[in-house]
Design a protein around this ligand. Structure first.
Ligand SMILES: Cc1ncc(COP(=O)(O)O)c(C=O)c1O
Length: 351
């Protein structure tokens, strides 16, 4: 009986999955928050919820993030992107996407009929030129500890985009997962997609959108929200309790300490730069090694990854990079996976 999305393959230490280490999911603390929520709110925890999300969670998110916009509770960042695309675009509209960027965003966007135009989000001139020529509805970016590169977009560049009239949709699930110092934040965020998938648990299917009150009202008036009430109400209320009780802060601190060790194990074993946060290492391959040709060789040697082209619209780029996730395996297995990868690279190079 299949229960989870992850598929284990015998003999493979897989660096492809951006999933949490199972033992770092807070089963005990979440059970305590569930019980406390039912004691505190009784039937109100189990009925239809307030359309934009329950007040206790919206308030906690606003306090914690310091965001000035209004908040709408979603079933995660993926859902947030689908919803924001639904309200901001019509089929045939153009949306700019950073290049490279989170590959699963492409299908979320094209499912809704928009045309994707890749840009380099760190090049305001290029973005402004597409903005003038194609009138895109927004620019999709993963601004902090990006998937796949681990890099962050500077606050200055985000502000230039805003002053050039570009609507930024910031998909920001890794913001809290910094390993040295907190990342920069803009006070000019237009639309931010938050998620508890990386900081608490992906199975909660819980996140939020911060946007203008007008956009949040449009989201809250969507037919299915009107019909079904606020998204994931019971889980959202439980998350408010998890936050209020201090469990969230304790858990995120634990994750920073542990995933820092994961990052160091993988980066050190590959002599690669350490990303400042998030879950991914974007490894540049030696000259003459193609990411997609390397994959079957790596799998023969017992490891796997996502080849760079996956993160480019129409796979137009990234042939010299691979994305390695360091979230899902413990440090000793990351070190061994890196060793296998190095052997695979050497064999492609004929060494
Ligand atoms: C940039 C980015 N956005 C969204 C998601 C999915 O988030 P959620 O589980 O909240 O839908 C991920 C997960 O890998 C991600 O890396």
């Amino acid at each position: 009986m299949t229960i989870v999305q992850f598929e284990h393959r015998d003999g493979i230490l897989d660096l492809g999955w951006g999933h949490p280490l199972p033992s770092l999911l807070p089963t005990g603390a979440w059970a305590a928050a569930s019980e406390a929520t039912l004691r505190t709110y009784g039937w109100k925890a189990l009925t239809y919820g307030h359309e934009p999300g329950p007040g206790p969670l919206r308030e906690w998110i606003a306090e914690r993030t310091g965001e000035v916009g209004a908040t709408f509770v979603t079933a995660g960042a993926s859902h947030g992107l689908a919803l924001i695309t639904q309200v901001l675009t019509r089929p045939g509209d153009v949306v700019m996407v950073d290049s490279p960027t989170y590959h699963y965003a492409f299908k979320i966007l094209t499912d809704l009929g928009v045309e994707l135009v890749p840009v380099h989000a760190d090049d305001p001139d290029e973005v402004r030129s597409v903005q003038t020529k194609r009138q895109p509805r927004f620019l999709y970016v993963v601004p902090t500890f990006s998937n796949p590169t681990g890099a962050s977009l500077s606050v200055e560049i985000r502000q230039i985009h805003a002053s050039n009239g570009v609507t930024l949709v910031e998909d920001d699930p890794y913001n809290e997962l910094y390993y040295e110092t907190p990342p920069p934040r803009t006070d000019k965020t237009q639309i931010r997609l938050g998620s508890f998938a990386k900081t608490v648990a992906p199975g909660l299917r819980l996140g939020w959108i911060t946007a203008t009150p007008d956009i949040v009202t449009r989201l809250a008036h969507l037919g299915y929200v009107h019909s079904g009430g606020g998204v994931n109400h019971t889980t959202a209320l439980t998350m408010a309790e998890f936050g209020r009780s201090g469990a969230f802060d304790r858990h995120v601190q634990l994750l920073r300490d542990r995933y820092r060790q994961h990052r160091d194990a993988l980066a050190d074993a590959l002599d690669a730069d350490r990303p400042a946060g998030g879950w991914f290492l974007w490894l540049k391959l030696p000259e003459g090694v193609d990411a997609e040709s390397l994959l079957p060789v790596a799998e023969q040697h017992g490891t796997s990854f996502v080849p760079g082209p996956a993160f480019f619209v129409d796979r137009q780029g990234g042939h010299d990079h691979v994305r390695l996730s360091f979230s899902h395996l413990p440090p000793a297995e990351l070190t061994e996976a890196a060793r296998r990868l190095r052997v695979a690279i050497r064999s492609v190079l004929g060494q």
